[in-house]
Design a protein around this ligand. Structure first.
Ligand code: SAH
Ligand code: SF4
Length: 395
């Protein structure tokens, strides 16, 4: 089996023109209300119109105002004159042999005349769920030494609309509108584990995830949404209070000295402070555990002593431990731990009472796995191209 590649009406970068009319996709109820008020919809009607738009946009997934038959014809025309229902532009779709899909999305630059940006969004189907991995930023400022996204130079925050837009695109392309129950939906779960540090773009991520969890709209319950952070300690309580989603923490090391190197943000918020914030995470309980992500780096953080220290550190915190095989990228200085070592490590964790699933890498053939997401707008260096070719040949 081979992966499929599909370029979708790819506009050359030099001809790209950012959309002029603002899209209503991604707006909260308040945002829709403001848009309607600006179009001079009488105040007494705004609430009812918002309900209608909400349903058409987030339950039915329509892409034109024309289809909104319960909305008056005049209002439909006014809406179409001033707004669109556009999602971020999909410039390529790749389908892995294992069913994982990756979409490359093009977003307008932040300032007029600036080149557009690109981000990725990945869909991972499993037997009992379908998980959509969303990006929160173009690139990332945090430079974790093992992460490809962190090497990207361009960085900008995504808007709430662009984050919700990724869910809309997945539902569009998977034919996932109008599914009756949460369990029969193709996109049943969301993880904020794509490009970027979600807690460095807090407001937009919060607004987007509140839209996503609205029971009368996209309807993805907060138990099925996980936000992954590299450890922005001051924002962790706010994530619990204001978004209420499940928390995942990229721990990756059990000593500050090593974590400073792998996750440089650790110099600002060391392990002790990070774990304290986890202990106090609003709503944390044995039924709502925090996931600790731990990337397996050969000879760096994968010793049995590290495993023992890991379970010692997490004592008293309702936790799950997720061991992630390192996904190599061209030019990285790290290697993934040997399988045998991962098993030994995982046994220590298991013996301490934690289920310790090792995350199976998905979509490797389309570079869709964790930490491999990086904008394609960036030119690869000759060295990177050579390394990529070598990787493709040995796969
Ligand atoms: N910025 C957030 C969320 C995005 S990264 C964070 O760091 O948590 C999602 C997960 O992928 C994190 O746990 C991150 O550490 C991990 N990751 C990054 N690069 C990786 C790589 N090359 N191999 C495996 N996991 C990686
Ligand atoms: Fe940013 Fe997360 Fe990558 Fe670190 S691991 S550079 S925080 S995306």
């Amino acid at each position: 089996m081979t992966a499929q590649n599909l370029a979708i009406e790819k506009t050359p970068l030099e001809r790209y023109v950012a959309p002029e009319k603002p899209s209503l996709v991604g707006l909260s109820r308040e945002g829709l209300g403001e848009a309607l008020t600006a179009l001079e919809v009488p105040a007494a009607q705004v609430k009812m119109r918002v309900q209608q738009l909400w349903h058409w946009i987030y339950v039915r997934g329509v892409t034109s105002f024309e289809t909104m038959t319960s909305v008056s014809k005049d209002l439909r025309a006014t809406l179409a004159e001033h707004h669109t229902l556009a999602r971020p532009e999909v410039v390529a779709e790749q389908i892995s042999a294992d069913g994982t899909r990756k979409w490359l999305l093009r977003l307008p630059g932040e300032h007029a005349g600036e080149n557009p940006h690109e981000v990725e969004c990945v869909y991972i189907p499993e037997i009992d769920r379908g998980t959509l991995c969303l990006s929160s930023q173009v690139g990332c400022t945090l430079n974790c030494s093992f992460c490809h996204t962190g090497t990207q130079r361009l960085v900008r925050n995504l808007t709430a609309g662009e984050i919700v837009g990724q869910i809309m695109i997945a539902r569009d392309r998977l034919g996932d509108w109008n599914a009756s129950a949460e369990t029969t939906r193709k996109v049943s779960n969301i993880v904020m584990m794509g490009m970027g540090e979600p807690l460095y773009n807090f407001e937009a991520v919060r607004d987007a995830l509140l839209v996503a969890q609205d029971g009368d709209g996209l309807g993805i319950s907060r138990r099925r949404i996980t936000l992954s952070t590299s450890g922005v300690v001051p924002m962790i309580p706010r994530a619990g209070e204001e978004i209420g989603v499940m928390l995942a923490v990229s721990l990756h090391a059990v000593r500050d000295e090593l974590r400073n190197e792998l996750v440089p943000l650790n110099r600002k918020y060391p392990i002790k402070q990070l774990l304290e914030a986890c202990r106090n995470y609003p709503g944390v309980s044995n039924a709502r555990r925090i996931t600790f992500e731990y990337v397996m780096l050969k000879g760096i953080n994968d010793s049995i002593a590290d495993a023992k220290e890991l379970v010692r550190l997490l004592k008293g915190i309702p936790a799950k431990i997720n061991l992630i095989p390192f996904n190599p990228w061209p030019g990285t200085r790290y290697e993934c731990s040997d399988w045998e070592q991962i098993e030994k490590f995982s046994q220590v964790v298991f013996d301490a009472g934690y289920a310790s699933p090792v995350r199976t890498p998905r979509g490797r053939d389309i570079l869709a796995a964790c930490g491999q997401l990086k904008s394609a707008t960036e030119k690869l260096s000759a060295r990177e191209r050579l390394a990529l070719r070598a990787m493709a040949m040995t796969d």
